[in-house]
Design a protein around this ligand. Sequence first.
Ligand code: IMP
Length: 433
Amino acid sequence: MTIQTLAIVGGQWGDEGKGKIVDCLSARTDAVVRFQGGHNAGHTLVSDNRKVVVHLIPAGILHQHVRAFIGNGVVLSLDALQKEMSSVAEHARDLSERLRISEDCTLLLPSHAALDQARESSKGKRAIGTTSRGIGPAYEDKIARRGIKVHDLLNANILSEKVTVLLDYHNFLLSERYGAPQVDAGDVLDFLSGAAEWVTPMITDVSSDVSKLIDEGKRVLFEGAQGVLLDIDHGTYPYVTSSNTGTGAIATGGGIPVSRVNHVMAIIKAYTTRVGAGPFPTELNDETGQRIAERGAEFGATTGRPRRCGWFDAVTVRRAHQLNDFDGVCITKLDVLDGFDTIKICTDYRVRDTVSNNMSCNAKNLGECEPIYEEIPGWNESTLGTTRYADLPRNAKKYLDSIAELCGVPIDIISTGPERKHTIFNEALANWI
Ligand code: IMP
């Protein structure tokens, strides 16, 4: 089947390398759509030795023909967007003509970030380890129906009234509940009123625009942020982000029914990482974990925090597949595992006296799991930059085959290094590249 619409989601705890793959595939993509999360995401893109980090703007933007959409499911910090637009401007021509924002996005304000930080500090050891960007509080306001929407920017009176009421509530919480400094409502209103001028020409009905592009036969890529194990409903709750991170969010946060998506690809690392707190059955608190962290440069693109590292966990990826029905996976950072004598894959969990290969990933369940490993031989050759499957070492191929078999999903792409050219594509996406 010819693929015209493609969804890319994180199959683990985020940071799987989605940005590079979206960037690669965007060479022949007409539009890229973000549908959830906010500037907690961070994509480091490398091309011709240029390093560009994007948080809110869809990763395809570096390709000058790509139209980029921020869907209604995104919580949008206009301050972060303004800074990001200036920082990528030199790499992305005609940015403001190509970027469009849903009128229904919920705005993320400085007071959301202040509340996020105040809450995290008050939790002590029970902190989630959020990115401190205000993501949780912004989604709370959306669900509580008191959020400020992008379309509110179009009416100065409504904007002023809503900002006053919301900041009054936030400031009450900040000072009375957390003993934290308040955020000046006047400053917030001034910033938003000023922002209305440059944002207004970019406001659109994303659902209609993207549906029309699909009707016209254009290629559309849906770019997920974070990963399925951080999903508010299906992840390691409460150690999760505050949005749905799977394919269902394309419908709710992009306005495009999932039935219009031809192919769902999960991006998974050849091992596992997570940032922030929460259960992580295959975590390695030893030299091996440190070696993976160093070789993989495992530091968050948004916060710079070191990522926790561990062996590949097939149980959680299988669960992610069950929830999202992946058509294929892209395995990234294979080169990081070069030079290990043996490599372990978690095939099942032991929970007290029973063995299980499928369980819901909430923190209680996952916290009780002990990984059961299969150990397979490693390879000494370097895989860095390999572009043909046939050129991979025999044991690397066996390792990849084991992952595909254990997760029950075929491999679409293998990423063997940070650059666009360090990529092996298989048949499924042959028409896209
Ligand atoms: P929040 O999304 O900032 O509320 O953070 C909640 C949890 O999700 C924390 O453990 C974060 O480290 C994690 N998280 C949020 N965004 C990302 C991401 O883009 N990659 C990896 N982890 C993330």
